[in-house]
Design a binder for this molecule. Structure first.
Ligand SMILES: CC(C)(COP(=O)(O)OP(=O)(O)OC[C@H]1O[C@@H](n2cnc3c(N)ncnc32)[C@H](O)[C@@H]1OP(=O)(O)O)[C@@H](O)C(=O)NCCC(=O)NCCS
Length: 335
């Protein structure tokens, strides 16, 4: 019997405030029709000023504990994937530990842009597999509105704020568990999607501020081409590597950056859209929160089957990309 990790609970948090395409039409030279046809996005959620990535993450962790009926004091490790930490240090993980009341946990952050959650999931899985820990929380949370330039139509239409979280626990049951992850990065893509300033290379200065270097910069076309290729490849490759094919899937949960990028991967997998979780129209790209948010909604909608095969696939700044394969272990929610 092999000790594995399984996802024993999943939750999400989204802010109440909605920013629609029609709101954006009043802010930049864009229109609802262009945004919907070029990206698939209709609206996104925006967190209030004065609140931060850790606040959304802590709400998701509290919901996780309620769902699993555990005390936050039972959590042993908290791993937060984010590109919008509340501050450089302390880590957002430490702040989430405090705000969620998880006093016994140790905590840290993982930075891998939109691939952050899958990177963190693979790290959390190792602690369970190694037998050193029994309750590991993995969170993806980003307040993208904090680093989005609402004067730049190339980026402000794409991103939103959210958090999602999973609880990992051990199992030796063959019918559930994290089966595999394939993770990649290519630093030669660094300049196509980045936030240039604020770090040790370009500390804040009058120049960095007046040059808008504290906002997301993206060469959309280059990122698009890379994303379509890599997300489709890594989706097919992990199935083949584990002896599966598209038709074996219960649910495909892709990163939600652009509907046309999702369509490319779905076509390569040869699956129907009833097996694909898509919520980009309501949330846009929420970076590290995207996959756990989509998983949590798919679970709440009763679309993931106990024993079902679930495929996650992502790509992001770095360039980073990857996929994970999971056998789902939870019954459908009763309420
Ligand atoms: C950003 C993105 C939506 C742009 O769509 P696109 O089809 O590639 O559009 P282009 O960049 O070719 O721009 C086409 C035209 O639309 C214009 N345009 C860009 N943003 C616009 C907007 N919000 N509203 C209206 N027109 C816009 C461009 O200026 C360009 O005009 P031009 O032809 O006169 O130069 C697309 O490139 C994309 O999704 N890239 C990947 C992004 C991504 O996934 N990033 C996150 C990684 S995690």
């Amino acid at each position: 019997m092999v000790r594995k990790a399984w996802i024993s609970a999943v939750s999400h948090y989204v802010p109440d405030k909605v920013l629609t395409n029609f709101d954006l039409e009043k802010m930049v030279d864009t229109n609802d029709e262009w945004i919907r046809t070029r990206t698939g996005i209709k609206e996104r959620r925006i967190l209030d000023p004065g609140l931060a990535t850790s606040d959304m993450a802590a709400e998701a962790v509290k919901k996780l504990c309620m769902q699993r009926n555990i005390d936050p004091m039972d959590i042993e490790v908290i791993i937060v994937a984010t590109v919008t930490p509340d501050m450089f240090f302390p880590s957002t993980g430490n702040l989430v530990q405090e705000k969620s009341g998880s006093k016994n946990a140790w905590s840290f952050d993982v930075a891998a842009a939109c691939s952050g959650f899958l990177y963190a999931l693979s790290i959390g899985t190792q602690y369970i597999r190694a037998g050193t820990h029994n309750k590991v929380v993995v969170v993806g949370s980003d307040k993208m509105s904090a680093i989005t330039n609402y004067r730049d139509r190339n980026t402000c239409v794409l991103f939103g704020d959210a958090a999602g979280a999973v609880l990992l626990e051990p199992t030796e049951d063959d019918d559930k568990g994290i089966i595999d992850s394939m993770l990649f990065s290519d630093g030669s893509g660094a300049d196509y999607l980045k936030m240039k300033a604020g770090g040790s290379l370009h500390p804040a200065s009058l120049e960095t501020i007046t040059s808008d270097w504290h906002f997301i910069y993206q060469d959309g076309k280059t990122v698009f081409k890379f994303a379509v290729q890599k997300m489709a490849d890594v989706s097919v490759d992990i199935l083949e590597k584990n002896g599966y094919q598209g038709s074996d899937l219960n649910m495909f949960i892709p990163h939600q950056a652009n509907q046309r990028i999702i369509d490319g991967a779905v076509k390569r997998l040869g699956i129907d859209y009833d097996k694909v979780m898509i919520n980009i129209e309501r949330y846009g790209n929420t970076t590290a929160a995207t996959i756990p948010l989509a998983l949590s909604e798919a679970y709440q909608q009763g679309r993931v089957e106990k024993g079902g095969l679930i495929l996650f696939a992502t790509f992001g700044g770095g360039f980073t990309w990857g996929s994970s394969l999971v056998k789902w272990g939870l019954e459908k929610p009763t309420t």
